[in-house]
Design a protein around this ligand. Structure first.
Ligand code: MN
Length: 439
């Protein structure tokens, strides 16, 4: 899987790509963008620019299998590309690398102004038409932290180490980074209140998650065997599973989250391909002594040796006070995706094991990614101990949960000695107040 497109010595003739924290030549993530408000179409992030796939196709730069993939990615969504699977996607990467590397023919480099758009002049869109969205709960340290708030003696439920627990989320309310999130209204009942009331959420939270895009998928009734699951991963993104904790704690029994999660989910717009992530794969960490082995349908040798990602995810917070003072966003946590108890392939094998079909463009959330230590806790519920212990900010402010005007920013970076680090770009969203409306 590692080839010349991961060579750390290679550089792009696109100047802003050299040393770019997210989008150097070795990344080449795919997405859907519009330029000055024109028709959304497929593109590839390179430094501070986007390579316009329809423009490159029109100039005859993408032929053969790479051309087929580019055509599938050139429209308003990447679903047709995701359906093609790894072969054409990898061919497109190889050809894009050739076109954008600094030894590309001068005639190609001269086409720069015709195929590159400045990212600052572009609008990112959701990269696929998402048919279904499933949110997992694979972050065991988050599950433990949450469970301890309610069941100090027995934080993990009996199924956790056997089943990659999940719920079916809501695809219609997924929005790209930069879309404000409206504080939801709903039924809230805190433990000390006798009866619920209806009104704006008082305990608004974020959840730091890895998003997973689904590739070809499976027909109804035909599960994806774990040994084949990696072929169905189309890529990765950042995902903020905004959560209304007061609404959640009242509504979730016995069927799980509903309105506490469905008001909005934010994702980063760039699809980081499995090919770009190839150098950053890790063995799944061994389970602690005494934990059960995964059941056979969730266990495969390749997945155990390559199923984890060497990816550091971060949460940053920018409050209105910090913004007014010109302060930088403050980092609230940093955790590795290798802290997940279940691999993406295990999530996929479990999801389909009963016969459920996955379609190209479906989206998974990993579950909140928290590290064992407090500096890596991926939600405010964890950092503030369920709201009981306010988080102290460098601005002198405190937060139990999110305030109106707060902006939450996720970033992620994959690194390994001998390779060029790549990033995911940002997933950000500012909290907007519920508008006053007559009752
Ligand atoms: Mn979640």
């Amino acid at each position: 899987m590692i080839d010349h497109t991961h060579d750390a010595a290679r550089r792009s003739w696109v100047a802003s790509a050299r040393g770019h924290p997210d989008f150097p030549l070795q990344n080449l993530p795919l997405g859907i963008f519009s330029h000055h408000g024109d028709t959304p179409r497929g593109g590839v992030a390179i430094g501070d620019h986007i390579l316009d796939l329809p423009a490159a196709l029109e100039l005859g730069l993408l032929k053969g299998e790479a051309g087929l993939a580019a055509e599938a990615a050139a429209g308003r969504s990447l679903n047709p590309l995701f359906a093609l699977g790894a072969g054409p996607r990898a061919a497109l990467r190889t050809r894009l690398f050739e076109l954008l590397a600094d030894d590309a023919p001068p005639a190609v480099q001269a086409l720069g102004p015709r195929i590159l758009r400045e990212t600052a002049a572009c609008t990112p869109h959701i990269p696929a038409e998402i048919g279904d969205y499933t949110d997992f709960f694979a972050g065991i340290h988050h599950a433990l932290n949450g469970g301890r708030l309610f069941r100090p003696d027995n934080p993990l439920l009996a199924n956790y180490k056997y089943v990659p627990v999940a719920y079916h989320g809501r695809a219609s309310s997924i929005r790209p980074s930069g879309t404000p999130v409206r504080r939801p209204e709903g039924q809230r009942k805190l433990a000390e209140e006798a009866a619920p009331s209806f009104g704006p959420c008082r305990n608004l939270d974020y959840e730091l998650e890895l998003g997973i895009w689904i590739g070809p998928g499976n027909p109804l009734g035909t599960p994806i065997p774990i040994a084949e699951a990696h072929a169905h991963i189309a890529g990765f993104c950042l995902l903020n599973d905004w959560s209304a904790r007061d609404i959640q704690s009242w509504e979730y029994q016995p069927l799980g989250p509903f309105l506490a999660k469905s008001f909005q989910t934010s994702i980063s717009p760039w699809v980081i391909t499995p090919e770009a992530m190839a150098p950053f794969r890790l063995p799944q960490p061994p389970r602690p002594a005494g934990d059960p082995a995964p059941l056979p349908h969730l266990l495969a040798e390749y997945d155990q040796s390559h199923g984890a990602l060497n990816l550091a995810l971060e949460v940053h917070l920018l409050t209105p006070v910090m913004r007014a003072r010109g302060m930088a966003p403050q980092r609230l946590s940093r955790a590795g995706a290798d802290k997940l108890y279940w691999t993406v392939a295990q999530m996929m094998a479990h999801h389909t094991s009963g016969g459920c079909n996955l379609n190209p463009g479906d989206l998974f959330g990993s579950g909140t990614i928290s590290a064992p230590e407090e500096t890596g806790w991926g939600s405010l519920m964890e950092l503030s101990r369920g709201g009981r212990q306010p988080v102290q900010l460098d601005s002198g402010e405190t937060r139990r949960f999110l305030a109106d005007g707060d902006e939450v920013i996720f970033r992620a970076r994959a690194a390994r000695e001998g390779f060029v680090p790549i990033g995911f770009g940002e997933c950000r969203g500012v909290v907007a107040a519920q508008p006053e409306r007559p009752r």
